[in-house]
Design a protein around this ligand. Structure first.
Ligand code: NDP
Length: 486
């Protein structure tokens, strides 16, 4: 007789292809809550046959969608927005349980996701073809048409907004979308897929394929039916995908990494600058593409500013993301903790001085959660590895600067160019420096102020192309010019 106790079956969460739910042919993904280390279940993953089925479903659904007028597509996007708003709390909880983001932030992002669908509904409803000036006896017009099937690949740090930022403009433009979320956050994207279906989006227009980047992601971008790639993630992955896009001669846009400078001049409003610098790096535990991870403080203010910043950082309330008193939560996974700690310890060996953090927090309440203390390092040069590598974690490098020339040279000495913060009471100087910094977004006396109305993207290795705003619609369209003889 066999006395072995059967393990309770883990429910495998299915994914969305052509309006139907399937569990997939690839090995399932574990779903782990980073706040507790608890295994919550598993999510089905897409193998090559599932990728092929999704592309076929998208190809079948797209022509009828593209044939609708802009205002008709807009009505559906508005319905999706309403559905997201109605289920915002559940969406926020799903994201927080997958990536550990404090619930208040996830709630904010669920609201933003709805706003993004509303914004692109308005854009497509008012988007017009152009009549171009004739140079002969003809009428010439340029209209914009969808590309067909779009592969949208997103990272784990903010899937609620990243998914919406790709799906909303791509759908508005008349494409079908295949969304490949990160292995860490597939359920958030699956929830969006379900809400779109419930809102009445025809099956096949939004498919969600969980799976690893190396397998599912790679198979998707190489599929001949995919006509455009929209990618957000690390620069190395972006480069690998760009090679595929180049080989296949299909358009692609890239939102990549950063190592953004925060610049504090001696005449800055110190209290506001302290808050801006603190949250610029430690909100979301530095797991944000625009995290202000290099701090430059003018020499005269440096000792006082850094001392106050360290005190504020030590006082941050670290805890479970669902606790309303928590200010900063866990990292997205245990692997992320190990990654961050490896970089911090290497920097210390290279001579960096640890001003605070640099370890896991002590205390039973942190259990097996993926926690790490907000960390500040000083005493290294801007060309040190820790100041040049994107850590994507709660680590701030602080550096002094002498004057404007010295500052601009140091701030621009980075392969990245995503964002920058400038804190100064001298408006003319802030403006001058803003124009000289190589970055896609510059904030003056504020930080992480983002809006769907305003284009976003990177200089240098931080990306190619822009998302958001009217410019964010254009990568999902191709121009067609027609001449009519008169
Ligand atoms: P990755 O580059 O590791 O992954 C991003 C996505 O790409 C994931 O879904 C991943 O799948 C997938 N992927 C990996 N390899 C391939 C491949 N060969 N073909 C197709 N898809 C692939 O980034 P992270 O998820 O670790 O996210 C962090 C990075 O994202 C940081 O560098 C950050 O700066 C950047 N980012 C940029 C933003 C911006 O707007 N500029 C915004 C947010 C983040 P899987 O993970 O499942 O293996």
């Amino acid at each position: 007789m066999n006395h072995a106790v059967a393990k309770p079956a883990v429910q495998r969460i299915p994914f969305l292809v052509g309006g139907e739910w399937r569990t997939g042919s690839a090995p399932a993904l574990p779903a782990i809550n980073p706040a507790s280390g608890e295994l919550l279940g598993e999510v089905g993953a897409a193998g090559p046959d599932d990728v092929d089925a999704a592309v076929r479903a998208a190809q079948a659904a797209q022509p009828a969608w593209a044939a609708l007028r802009g205002h008709q597509r807009a009505a559906l996007l508005q319905a999706i927005a309403a559905q997201i708003e109605q289920h915002a709390e559940a969406l926020a909880l799903t994201q927080t349980r997958e990536n550990g983001k404090p619930l208040a932030e996830s709630r904010q992002q669920a609201k933003s996701a709805a706003g993004i669908f509303r914004y692109y509904a308005a854009e497509i409803e008012t988007f017009a073809a152009e009549v171009t000036p004739p140079r002969g006896d003809y009428v010439s017009m340029t209209s914009y048409e969808p590309l067909g099937v779009v592969a949208a690949i997103t990272p784990w740090n903010s899937p609620l907004t990243m998914d919406a930022q790709k799906a909303a403009p791509a759908l508005a433009a008349g494409n079908a979308v295949i969304l490949k979320p990160s292995e860490l956050t597939p359920q958030t994207s699956l929830a969006l897929g379900r809400l779109c279906l419930e809102a009445g989006l025809p099956p096949g227009l939004l498919n969600v394929l969980p799976g690893s980047g190396a397998d599912t992601g790679a198979a998707l971008v190489q599929h001949p039916g995919v006509r455009m790639i929209s990618f957000t993630g690390g620069t190395a992955t972006g480069r690998a995908i760009a090679r595929v896009a180049a080989e296949r001669m299909i358009p692609a846009c890239f939102e990549l990494g950063g190592k953004s400078p925060q610049i504090v001049f001696a005449d800055a409003d110190v209290e506001r600058a302290l808050e801006g610098v603190l949250w610029g790096i430690f909100e979301a535990m530095g797991q944000s593409c625009v995290a202000g991870s290099r701090l430059f403080v003018q020499q005269a203010l440096y000792p006082r500013f850094v001392e106050a910043l360290v005190a504020k950082t030590r006082a941050l309330r670290l805890g479970p993301p669902e606790d309303p008193h928590t200010q900063v939560g866990p990292l997205a996974s245990e692997q992320r903790v190990q990654h961050v700690d490896t970089i911090v310890q290497a920097a210390r060996r290279d001579g960096a001085q640890l001003l605070c953090g640099g370890a896991r927090p002590a205390g039973a309440q942190f259990g097996r959660g993926a926690y790490y203390l907000p960390t500040i390092l000083a005493g290294m040069r801007n060309d040190a590895a820790v100041c040049q590598t994107e850590i994507f974690g709660p680590v701030l490098c602080v550096l002094p600067f002498a004057d404007e020339e010295d500052l601009v040279a140091q701030a621009n000495h980075s392969e990245f160019g995503l964002a920058c913060g400038i804190w100064s009471a001298d408006f003319a100087r802030a403006w001058r420096v803003a124009r000289r910094i190589e970055a896609g977004t510059v904030w003056i006396n504020t930080y992480k102020q983002l809006s769907i109305t305003t284009p976003f993207g990177g200089y240098k290795q931080s990306g190619l192309g822009r998302e958001k705003g009217r410019q964010g619609l254009l990568p999902y369209l191709q121009a067609k010019s027609i001449y009519l003889a008169t």
